[in-house]
Ligand binder design. Sequence first.
Ligand SMILES: CC(C)(COP(=O)(O)OP(=O)(O)OC[C@H]1O[C@@H](n2cnc3c(N)ncnc32)[C@H](O)[C@@H]1OP(=O)(O)O)[C@@H](O)C(=O)NCCC(=O)NCCS
Length: 248
Amino acid sequence: MIALSEIDQARFGIVIARATVKTVAEREEALAFCARHGVELLIARMPALTPFLGQPLLAEGALLTDTLCVFSRASLPEDALFEAPADIVFRRASPKDAEAVALLAARAFHDYPNHYWADPNLDRDACNAVLPDWGSRLCASDGKTVSWIAEGEGNVVGFLGSDCGAPDVTHLGLGMVEEDWRGRGILLDLLRCQLSFDASRGAVRTLYPTQLWNMASLRCAVRLGYIPMEGYHTVHHWFPARSRPSAG
Ligand SMILES: CC(C)(COP(=O)(O)OP(=O)(O)OC[C@H]1O[C@@H](n2cnc3c(N)ncnc32)[C@H](O)[C@@H]1OP(=O)(O)O)[C@@H](O)C(=O)NCCC(=O)NCCS
């Protein structure tokens, strides 16, 4: 499965395609697609179970930029008591929260080592703008995204945004907590809000992808009974025919 990524093209000013590659044939199809469309950077996600899929690209100088672990849990109501202090208010996000969420994300994810940031060819400011932009888009009332805000002392101090576009499964997206408010159970309670909502809308499963190095995030998944289901490597393959942008 491969497509040109307009959003990445707008962010970085080059032709970028994103692919999920699960077989050798899909890898070859992806490379042929890139040749046809003048792609400069291919961002390919490949099951970690089959590392050989990425090896020919790595041998040509592609970068291994990220490893994701995807956890899964049945969407049952969470009856555990909320853990965060009682003066923290949990509510649904709305488009009015977009700016505060983007600012929170800019702080929480500054120089965050995701697959964009791990690629030294990409502009640092553009990398740092990716997750704030995603956070603000997750506040949209588009009938697809569902997001939660934790409010402390009248400010947005925590956020969790998800894709609920499919009837049976929720894909958790972005989770973050303001630095001074961490370690109080806020992310766990945001996850409980989402699990209860998923149960009420009849979703069967909630999927929780996170970086393999992110111990805080991994521990939150384990604390709530999520089970590791799949692992993915992300590979950035630059095509040599075109010159690369200079990193800022
Ligand atoms: C990840 C993050 C959202 C956690 O938020 P939080 O509200 O502090 O988390 P909680 O207080 O609910 O903690 C939940 C569990 O994670 C553990 N944890 C929290 N921070 C941790 C850290 N820095 N290292 C290891 N474990 C940590 C806690 O110990 C707790 O488990 P425990 O109760 O069994 O001890 C927060 O650290 C953050 O915003 N980080 C930057 C952005 C980020 O990495 N987001 C996740 C992207 S996938």
